[in-house]
Design a protein around this ligand. Sequence first.
Ligand SMILES: [Fe+2]
Ligand SMILES: [Fe+2]
Length: 245
Amino acid sequence: MIITKDNKMADVIHMNYSTLSVLNRFGIELGFGDKSVEDVCQKHEVDINFFLEIINTFINEDYFPKKHLQSFSIALINDYLKKTHDYYHQVKVPAIEQLMDQMAHNCYTQRNNINLLTNFFNDYKQELLNHTQREDKIVFPYTLSIEKAFNAPQIDKKTVKLMEEYSIDIFESEHDNIEEKLFDLKNIIIKYLPQPKNFQLCNKLLDELFTLEKDLNDHARIEDKVLVPKIRAMEGVIRKKFSEK
Ligand SMILES: [Fe+2]
Ligand SMILES: [Fe+2]
């Protein structure tokens, strides 16, 4: 189902409750009664076209935004993606670490396996940090430069040089599936960690890992299907304008 501006915001959550995390990133609080998506966005000063593109990409794997050069800015997309990165590092990762700590304190018989799990997750945490930092420090600034050049009346040589050294195609080809390694981590727990006395803790940890994996997957889809095509379209226009000079 495709969400439109006329749907009730409450129905969006009933349909797919993981949209709650998206609403949080937009600063939309619960308690919107029967208000429509459009009314709630208006109240929270959220660009409706941007919201619809993000929410539909997030919930539908097969959704492809069609208009790449729409009204909303690249800064808006970057800001949303950056907030998601912060959410992983400030909320999700600490929640998983806390559960692992509890396991280490409560289960003496599985010490080796729990150490293995903790080491694996520490490596994973570093990889996730490298992934998001590269986007925050290299990719997002590049996309802002491209947008600036796209909106400028004249294309300067600096932009063309920048595009010779880097492009959104390079980002896309290097964009790894950071969520895939969580599968191995889940497997250590599922296959090798008997927890007869602590199954609730184990379930909670698995639940956190499954939701992080899904969220990372949905997040990457927004990068690949919203940000990449939009920048590619802008790069195309810039190249064309420059060659016609
Ligand atoms: Fe990202
Ligand atoms: Fe990414």
